[in-house]
Design a protein around this ligand. Structure first.
Ligand code: ARG
Length: 561
């Protein structure tokens, strides 16, 4: 049920030949003050048609707008205001939530069409950066959101596992590497080799030439080069997998850049055939000056392909194989130009579906106002940060609820939930300040706060001992504030889908938690009277919606904490 739709329908029936349903629904708003009702329809747009003042129109119209869901409809100046029938609506909403459970808010408008989500995509032999964390968390949530809207998400980890840097790494490893050290600490060790390569190459340019040769050998399928590359990839993936399993994130494909190695020639040929390639200082580029963009580099002067070549090829591959209705790329805003370029190249190649490609950018993670960097010696290993969050959550829980069973399991849910929620609660384009202390607080706009609210509601239900049959519905103002939010959940999901913005849901669960906590401090849920069962139904509905909202963000909802 959607009361706005209902209101629009009744009004538009009354306004036949003047305004359509679509026009009416766009006009409906919320009255300025709560005392004025729940919905308002402004009559200004009608004045010209009906040749009457908006206030007169409102006066005449109000008594005619009737429905069992509306308690009363009154004219308020130029507005027709509606007071909803709290009892009827709460009865209906709570019943719907209890019946549908976690399926409440599901939508079928995706009709099973595929959406590819390219996210996380860290680089082999390099640390998993804060940017990759953001991409992972946002992409994982978007996959769940599009699924809830009836699409089929296809999660792709476009690993950065190809490029000239692997030539350098092979040279460095052959010169200074140590098998056991890499096995023990793959990322730190490989990064050090890479950094050393750059240091030494400054005084020994011969190294660069060797690196180019080894990358060429790699591209040609040389066994030794391939074996080393495979090994670096495997060891790196082992580390990344630990992070994914902590975050409970899965992928349908790990086809990274290397996967397109043997497919790029076709792309280059195609570009050539339709005369899109222009030579430029020995390299081959697609000219985008008409669109005021720098050219898209397709082939270097030494014949090597590039990041963009692989992305263009990957997009074609994905359309051919997955027939995506949309292709989403969750990548930091610093790559906006890159995506503009590859989308344009695809469009110039004549692919209609280039219009279905979406770059979903996001801001940086800052530490004390500065970008958290993984360059040089200053690497922050994400795994350590995650472990620290879990440890801090455990200390919190130890203090607040020392007798809790399975503290380890719950500390994990809370610690990681805190990191994820902190990332998702702000619009993704904003930069976020990384502070473990802040994100782990049990009060304020944090993950633990929402989790705690959910656990508290669960504990009421445990005490209630009855399941909460809905009898009359609720009509008091405290429960109404909660019911109105519960009613908003399906539209909230749609909005977050349309904007590719998990923060819409994060903000919603915060608001619902706040309203529920207010409710709980004003109302004795388990007081025995004829409304007790309805109140229990309300509490149960809140647990269902909070849990589902958190799930869509990738955050777990423990029943006790
Ligand atoms: N590996 C890249 C990086 O770390 C991100 C890849 C994003 N996906 C893509 N299809 N380009 O910057």
């Amino acid at each position: 049920m959607n009361v706005i739709q209902e209101y629009a329908e009744v009004i538009s029936k009354h306004l036949q030949n003047v305004l359509s349903y679509e026009e009416v629904i766009k006009l409906i708003e919320k009255p300025k003050f709560q005392e004025q009702g729940d919905l308002a329809f402004p009559c200004f747009a009608l004045a010209k048609h009906l040749r009457k003042s908006p206030a007169v129109i409102a006066q005449e119209m109000a008594p005619l707008i009737q429905d069992s869901l509306f308690a009363k409809v009154v004219a308020e100046g130029p507005y027709v205001n509606c007071f909803l029938n709290k009892q009827e609506i709460s009865k209906h909403i709570l019943q719907t939530i209890l019946t549908k459970g976690s399926n409440y808010g599901n939508n079928s408008f995706g009709q099973g069409a595929t959406i590819t989500i390219d996210f996380s995509s860290p680089n082999i032999a390099k640390p998993f950066s804060m940017g990759h964390l953001r991409s992972t968390v946002i992409g994982n949530s978007l996959a769940k959101i599009v699924e809830k809207c009836g699409y089929q998400p296809l999660r792709i980890n476009h690993l950065g596992d190809w490029g000239t840097q692997f030539g350098k790494l092979i040279v460095a490893y052959k010169l200074w590497g140590n098998d056991e050290a890499v096995r023990k600490n793959p990322i730190t060790e490989l990064l050090q080799l890479y950094v050393r390569f750059h240091d030494e190459a400054q005084t020994n340019p011969q190294l660069e030439a060797e690196a180019r040769m080894w990358f060429k050998l790699l591209e040609e399928g040389n066994e030794e080069a391939l074996n080393l590359w495979r090994w670096f990839r495997e060891e790196s993936l082992k580390v990344f997998s630990r992070i994914y399993s902590l975050l409970d994130v899965e992928f349908d494909s790990f086809n990274g850049e290397a996967y397109y190695n043997d497919k790029m020639e076709t792309t280059v040929e195609l570009l050539n055939k339709i005369n899109l390639l222009t030579p430029s200082q020995g390299a081959e580029v697609v000219d985008l000056s008409e669109q005021n963009l720098p050219p898209c580099l397709i082939k270097k002067s030494d014949g090597a392909t590039l990041y963009a070549t692989r992305d263009v090829t990957a997009a074609i591959y994905r359309q051919d194989n997955y027939h995506f209705a949309k292709a989403i790329y969750v990548v930091g805003h610093e790559q906006s130009l890159h995506f503009k370029q590859i989308f344009l190249v695809l469009e110039k190649m004549g692919y209609q579906w280039a219009n279905d490609m979406v770059h979903v950018p996001f801001g940086f993670i800052l530490k004390d106002g500065k970008k958290m960097s993984t360059r040089k010696g200053k690497i922050v290993l994400l795994e350590n940060v995650m472990k620290e969050a879990i440890e801090l959550a455990k200390q919190n829980i130890e203090q607040k609820n020392p007798s809790l069973d399975n503290k380890d399991e719950i500390s994990k849910m809370v610690g990681l939930g805190a990191i994820i929620f902190h990332d998702l609660k702000n619009e993704r384009l904003n930069n976020i300040e990384f502070s473990l202390e802040d994100m782990l607080k049990f009060e304020g706009t944090t993950g633990p706060y929402v989790q705690y609210t959910h656990a508290r509601a669960c504990s009421i239900l445990r005490k209630a001992k009855v399941s909460g049959e809905i009898t009359n519905g609720l009509s008091d103002s405290h429960s109404w504030s909660v019911v109105k939010l519960l009613m908003d959940f399906p539209a909230t999901i749609q909005r977050s889908m349309q904007q590719y913005e998990p923060s819409v849901i994060a903000k919603y669960v915060i608001e619902l938690s706040q309203e529920f906590n207010k409710y709980y401090s004003h109302v004795k849920v388990l007081h025995v009277d004829e409304e007790m069962n309805d109140r229990i139904a309300l509490v149960r509905s809140v647990t269902i919606v909070l849990k589902e909202g958190l799930r869509l963000l990738g955050v777990k909802a423990p029943e006790e904490m």
